[in-house]
Design a protein around this ligand. Structure first.
Ligand SMILES: *Cc1c(COP(=O)(O)O)cnc(C)c1O
Length: 418
């Protein structure tokens, strides 16, 4: 694998003097950016394909992809040219108007989701906004006694107030209570628990087909199909949150492929880094729940974002990219599972969770950075990989080769510390 280690000269006029060192930038960061993210791990200045470079010129193999966002890696020529051409033609217009890329992307998403006639799309700028739209859709299915909404234990659906009401983690929720009411959480992947919880008082059930933030938890086979039958029988909407798992991440267009929900949210991978999300509603009845004037957005679905989405879907659909996601994912999981200190490996396609024998995941993330790899910890003993879908097996092998030393270094810095 050859990685040029000198960043190329930028092709566009610089608005920022980017010559500072990483530590100089971080000092300015802490003086000007809100502290909600803690201290950023590195200051990144450039990306190309699966590699990014920091302000000090060091390259990293990006195995997180901006948290399952950079489906085509960094600076993919198709996305760059689609966004550039669209910005040169027509950038933003508001939803008082529409544009060809918006309509074409909606049509393409409906086709890929195998949505029946009468299905529709609402575009947003993020995953949490797509969930907000789905939450409002669920409230519109709330008639008479049907007032409750179910989500899953350990679910993550975003950080705005409605999405937060669906998100399970107490540390995220409690500082912001009271949250929108009526949401209860049930055990994930447990058909009988779901069956017992869903009755005529439930307006909607929100399910991640694979729980990403919870550490890549894959439900038992048949779970999504059972959820489909249980919600249909009770008249509750079934909402699949495919924000992290959709758009080829798990080796199929959607992780729920084969089971049609009433609504589905997408975001992360859809724009290859350009912010865009969407709510897809299945069939005319559900698609009519949000009436004219009942929801809206200024930026959502603008021509640039939807052009980025079209470029992304076109690239993922071409050649053998999706087959490669499965092959490379399998290769990574098999290789990582053999590394000493790894207790189990989960996931599908290129969404991978790695359980460690010791609670050294945060230290492993730091050691991986030192070794030139970007990875992520979802818990004290769990790592997550969500690399670009274009990752090669050679790149995967370079991480497998480096992981034993990364885990040793992490154990050395963690063990014995308070
Ligand atoms: C990331 C994520 C969200 C929130 O998306 P944002 O773009 O961060 O607002 C919602 N649901 C799932 C499953 C996610 O992984």
């Amino acid at each position: 694998m050859s990685i040029p280690n000198v960043p190329a000269a930028p092709a566009v006029p610089q608005l920022v003097d980017a010559s500072g060192t990483g530590s100089e930038w971080l000092a300015r960061y802490s003086d000007s950016l809100m502290g909600v993210f803690g201290t950023p791990q590195r200051v990144l200045v450039r990306g190309e394909s699966c590699t990014v470079w920091d302000a000090d010129g060091k390259p990293y193999l990006d195995l997180l992809g901006g948290i399952a966002v950079n489906a085509l890696g960094h600076a993919h020529p198709s996305v760059v040219s689609a966004v550039t051409a669209q910005l040169n033609t027509l950038g933003h217009i508001s939803n008082f108007f529409t544009s060809p890329p918006q309509i074409a992307l909606a049509e393409k998403l409906l086709e890929l989701a195998q949505a029946p006639a009468g299905s529709k799309v609402f575009f947003t700028n993020s995953g949490t906004e797509a969930i907000e739209a789905a939450f409002k859709l669920a409230r519109r299915n709330s008639t008479g006694e049907r007032t409750r909404i179910l989500a899953m234990d350990h679910a993550f659906h975003g950080r705005t107030m409605g999405a937060l009401a669906l998100t399970a983690k107490p540390a995220y929720r409690e500082p912001f209570e009271p949250l929108p009411s009526g949401v209860a959480h049930v055990p994930y992947g447990d058909v009988e628990a779901l069956r017992a919880a869903v009755d005529g008082t439930v307006a909607a059930v929100f399910i991640e087909p694979i729980q990403g933030e919870a550490g890549v938890q894959v439900p038992p086979a048949g779970y999504l199909q059972a959820a489909r039958e249980i919600t249909r029988d009770a008249g509750a909407l079934l909402v699949f949150d495919e924000v992290q798992t959709g758009i080829g991440r798990t080796g199929t267009w959607f992780a729920s492929e084969g089971v049609l929900p009433d609504a589905m949210t997408v975001a992360k991978g859809l724009g290859s880094g350009f912010p865009i999300g969407g709510l897809i509603t299945f069939g005319p009845e559900v698609s009519g729940l949000l009436a004219p004037g009942q929801h809206g957005t200024t930026f959502g679905g603008n021509p640039i974002a939807t052009a980025a989405g079209l470029a992304t879907l076109t690239e993922i659909g071409s050649g053998n990219l999706l087959a490669g996601v499965n092959t490379t994912g399998e290769y990574l999981r098999t290789g990582v599972a053999k590394v000493p200190g790894v207790s189990s490996v989960r996931g599908r396609g290129l969404l991978i969770g790695i359980d460690l024998e010791q609670e050294i995941a945060p230290a492993a993330v730091a050691a991986a950075l030192d070794a030139g790899f970007i990875i992520n910890a979802t818990g004290p003993a769990t790592l997550r990989l969500a690399p670009p879908l274009i990752l090669t097996t050679d790149q995967a092998q370079s991480f497998i080769d480096a992981l034993p030393a990364i885990l040793q270094a992490a154990a050395a810095t963690t063990i014995g510390q308070p």
